[in-house]
Ligand binder design. Sequence first.
Ligand code: PEP
Length: 282
Amino acid sequence: MTNKLMKMRAQHAIARQSRRHASALVVCEGTGKFVVGGNWKCNGTKDSIDKLCASLNSGEITADVEVICAPPMVYIDRVQSKLNAPYQIAAQNCWVSKGGAFTGEVSAEMLKDANIPWVILGHSERRSLCGETNEFVGLKTKYALDTGVKVVACIGESLAQREAGDTLNVCFAQLKAILDCVTEKDWENIIIAYEPVWAIGTGKVATPDQAQEVHAGVRKWMSENVSPDVASKVRIQYGGSVNAGNCDELAMKPDIDGFLVGGASLDGEAFVKICNSAAHSK
Ligand code: PEP
């Protein structure tokens, strides 16, 4: 081989490598409307819930944001009759199939019948305390969607999994179990909530960079495993100790399309501030 040919080949190889490197850096950012959810969990009394609704109604949502509140099941009707627009309602869970002899459960049909448009599924508390597996969450997601209830699907790693370097693999396995059950079109009605377990209720929020890194990884996975179009449109919320003080900085990250908020969603003023952080979203 002549020197000239060797040099040309080397130049081609470098160009090929740098093109590959450049394409690896291409990230498709989220294009969906910012969406904030409030997960009230198993908290509240009639009295405290009435006060929270009043506080939310008096707060001014000035940003372009979709807001979804998830009260405890027994208070949903009450909250639904009290909260004004733009607040929407979600249940915190529903059964995996048609209702029947499932003591203590609520079916997706019931949610639909009660005009509850959203349900949170796969929250880490249900995964760890109630033994819900990835596959079960996938089946629940499909059943809810087929019944006409939209889904906030939670994923996220434990501290041990993060420390073992398994964060993305854990999230991908959780997503794969959903992907295996749903159609491409179903993703229009799914919000992904990335909630690192170690950040939930601990006051230990992921740094904006830590959250962005996982969100970008999830979006890239969606692009490769569903489609680039779905990946750019699907909304990925961050959840884990979001509060009125840290929301603006997190909202600035390009792949953070909203928040799922636990503790701070019980404080109307703080929650409204978190909703308005949508104004900082890029
Ligand atoms: C949650 O449980 O979904 C959550 C994010 O909780 P917190 O905001 O309290 O960490």
